[in-house]
Design a protein around this ligand. Structure first.
Ligand code: SAM
Length: 282
């Protein structure tokens, strides 16, 4: 069953219209990240999870990345429902030919057009076009629709999805709070490795915080230093250099309030997962 009643009175979507640019496969690695990071969340079917859909907020001028998300996550849970939400009515109309009983597209905003809680929300390349004060309320509004332990992935990518930075936020298991669980950096390892290439794709909550005393600026300074110290590894290619720099970074920041996920499987695929770097509301 879709998470909404087809005749439910539409509510005024919260948010503002923005550019709709997207690209096939742009969010491929966001989806693969999600599928590896928390497959249990996608697979769960106990109690309220049986009917809990995934939501793609702001899928853009074409429904492609929402349909790709559905296909990828259904490799884990073939019954998973996917709701695409757009604030632009023309984009909702354009997506209707792709709807089926487990895939719907509806007009809506951060106040999702659903009557029952959902398991996860992806909102990529949406909030970068808003003002920074709008970010935390938008997170809270979207997260109000999550089941306890549900996830919100919100972030920014470059036009082709070669590099991106994503906030991973989780509704607490007791449903009391939204927690910033991780900040994830991902870049293609087919190009020379340079942490600075991720600065332009920082999400809205971080992009204006590169003054030297800010935590995200400290993080980038440390990562660049780690890259310099491990530069000899570049003779074996960007992948080996990226992994060595992450390991160096993890050692360098022992004692800091944030920490690096050192698991090789993530690092070798170009994912740097950082815990504790972003405080909610900061
Ligand atoms: C740049 S596109 C992103 C498309 C796709 N998610 C991607 O990453 O390629 C941003 C889309 O977000 C939509 N949007 C902006 N604010 C929204 C809101 N509050 N609720 C739903 N959609 C919204 C815009 O209409 C636009 O189509």
């Amino acid at each position: 069953m879709p998470p909404f009643h087809p005749r439910a009175a539409p509510r005024r979507p919260e948010g503002q219209p923005t550019r709709g640019k997207t690209h096939p496969n742009r969010l491929r690695h966001v989806d693969t990240f999600l599928a590896r990071y928390d497959p249990g969340l996608i697979r769960r079917v106990d109690g309220p999870w049986a009917d809990a859909w995934a939501v793609d907020v702001g899928y853009g001028a074409e429904a492609t990345t929402a349909l790709e998300m559905a296909a990828r996550l259904r490799r884990i849970n073939p019954q998973l429902g996917l709701l695409g939400v757009e604030i632009d009515p023309e984009r909702v109309a354009a997506a209707q030919p792709f709807a089926n009983e487990r895939t719907h597209f509806r007009l809506g905003g951060f106040n999702l057009p659903v009557q029952q809680p959902v398991r996860l929300i992806r909102a990529m390349n949406v909030l970068r076009q808003y003002d920074e004060p709008g970010v935390a309320p938008a997170w809270a509004r979207m997260a109000s629709h999550l089941l306890p332990s549900g996830l919100l992935l919100e972030g920014t990518s470059d036009p082709l999805g070669r590099r991106w930075v994503v906030n991973v936020l989780r509704k607490s298991a007791d449903n009391a709070a939204l927690e910033h669980e991780a900040l994830v950096f991902r870049l293609t390892l087919r190009e020379p490795f340079d942490p600075a290439t991720l600065q332009p794709v920082l999400p809205k909550n971080l992009i204006h915080h590169m003054a030297p005393d800010e935590p995200i600026a400290h993080f980038f300074a440390a990562w660049k230093q780690a890259a310099l110290l491990t530069a000899a590894h570049q003779v074996w290619g960007p992948r080996r250099w990226f992994v060595a720099a992450a390991e160096q970074l993890a050692v360098q920041v022992v004692g800091a309030s944030w920490r690096i996920d050192r698991r090789r499987a993530w690092l070798e695929d170009g994912f740097l997962i950082v815990y504790g770097l972003v405080a909610l509301g900061a």
